[in-house]
Design a protein around this ligand. Structure first.
Ligand code: SAH
Length: 364
């Protein structure tokens, strides 16, 4: 066991994580060692366009510089431990190992309009939503900007296909890792990097109001998705502990603020849980919440996890719920289930892996 002094020293000598630097920061960092701006640009391109896995691959940089950098900086990269492919729709689920041995999941989906990747933002999660597998073991740590980028980079290399859409909807709560999330967005959508359009990026949150407000003020063109899942505070508290902290009224306020600041339509995610939030009355209440806002509702048939006894709503009920919303002129879709033959719900593959390694310490 490390004592506090040792861990403080370790923090001090922690190396700069080079892939988490913006081009501006990289230019400044290399400048400290007398390197010109064009070198930083070359290196940035190796990291974020050519997706090099280490300094050694950067063949137009001198061997001496590559060696110095390898000495000076941390260069993250992921190891694919497992890849599952759906026989139904080709969806691929990746289990990636990080440098410290932790694992996260990412999902690759092919749509008509391009390839979409769903990434994790943390190792585990501390939000405690009752139906979610990612939170059962709590939060281990947040991901670095580089580790979020690496999921997209590794999948691009492994599939050999360009990623056009990114959703931050995997393991973790992105607003609980706000600064790293922002850095990740800046680098991912940078014209000097992979240059993914901000409009093709969605960040999903369980509803941490102050961070949503802050995000609105960044005036980005990304889509903000709110995991709503219930229409009254009382019902929401039964599903999501975060509802004890922020009310639905506050959430609706901040959603309006986001739209007013960015002009971007909000997405509400609403997981339908049989007998819990799927009645006609729920649909009417949801319509009333949604009507004053510029929003789209994504209905998600809940993906049952074995640790909890929530069940999916009947197909006819889901359709009736949708019809009710549509009658009220609310824009909505039922999310198509992708990869239902592989470990679908987020967090399930990671948990399976923890159990296999005998490190599972969950109370269930
Ligand atoms: N923490 C973020 C993002 C990760 S979860 C958030 O809460 O939005 C991504 C989405 O999947 C959320 O809407 C979440 O509520 C939902 N989700 C989690 N587990 C689910 C399950 N078993 N079935 C259906 N939706 C689920």
């Amino acid at each position: 066991m490390q004592n506090l002094e040792e861990s403080k020293i370790e923090d001090k000598i922690k190396k700069v994580d080079i892939k988490s630097l913006t081009l501006e920061e990289l230019t400044e960092e290399l400048g400290k060692y007398g390197e010109k701006a064009f070198r930083a640009k070359q290196m940035y391109e190796w990291m974020h366009v050519k997706l090099a896995r280490n300094f050694d691959e950067m063949t137009n940089l001198s061997k001496a510089l590559r060696e110095q950098c390898a000495e000076r900086y941390t260069y993250t990269s992921l190891e694919a431990l497992q890849v599952q492919e759906s026989a139904i729709d080709g969806t691929k689920k990746f289990l990636f190992e990080l440098a410290d041995g932790n694992v996260v999941e990412s999902v690759w989906m092919r749509y008509k309009h391009g390839n979409s990747v769903c990434i994790s933002s943390q190792v585990g999660c501390r939000m405690g939503c009752k139906f979610c597998a990612s939170t059962l073991d709590g939060l281990e740590r947040s991901l670095l900007p580089s580790e979020m980028l690496d999921q997209i980079y590794a999948i691009t290399k492994l599939t050999g296909e360009r990623v056009s859409n990114v959703v931050v909807m995997g393991i973790g709560e992105p607003m609980d890792n706000y600064d790293n999330l922002l850095k990740f967005i800046r680098i991912l959508t940078d014209a000097n990097g992979l240059n993914i359009s901000q409009r093709n990026l969605t960040v999903s949150t369980c509803g941490i109001v102050p961070r949503m407000r802050q995000l609105a003020e960044e005036k980005l063109q990304i889509t903000l998705a709110l995991s709503l899942h219930a229409t009254t505070d009382e019902k929401r508290r039964r599903l999501m502990p975060i509802a004890n902290k922020y009310s639905i009224a506050e959430l609706m306020d901040v959603c309006k603020y986001y739209f007013d600041n960015t002009g971007r339509r909000i997405t509400f995610e609403y997981s339908l849980v049989g007998g819990v939030n799927d009645t006609d009355e729920d649909a009417a209440e949801l319509s009333a919440l949604a009507a004053p806002l510029c929003c789209h509702i994504n209905l998600i048939p809940v993906n049952p996890i074995k640790e909890r006894d929530f069940v999916q709503s009947e197909t006819a009920r889901i359709q009736a719920f949708k019809n009710k919303l549509e009658k009220n002129k609310i824009n909505c879709t039922i999310r198509r289930e992708m990869g239902r033959d592989i470990d679908g719900a987020c967090g399930q593959l990671r948990r399976k892996n923890l159990k296999a390694e005998g490190t599972d310490n969950s109370p269930v």
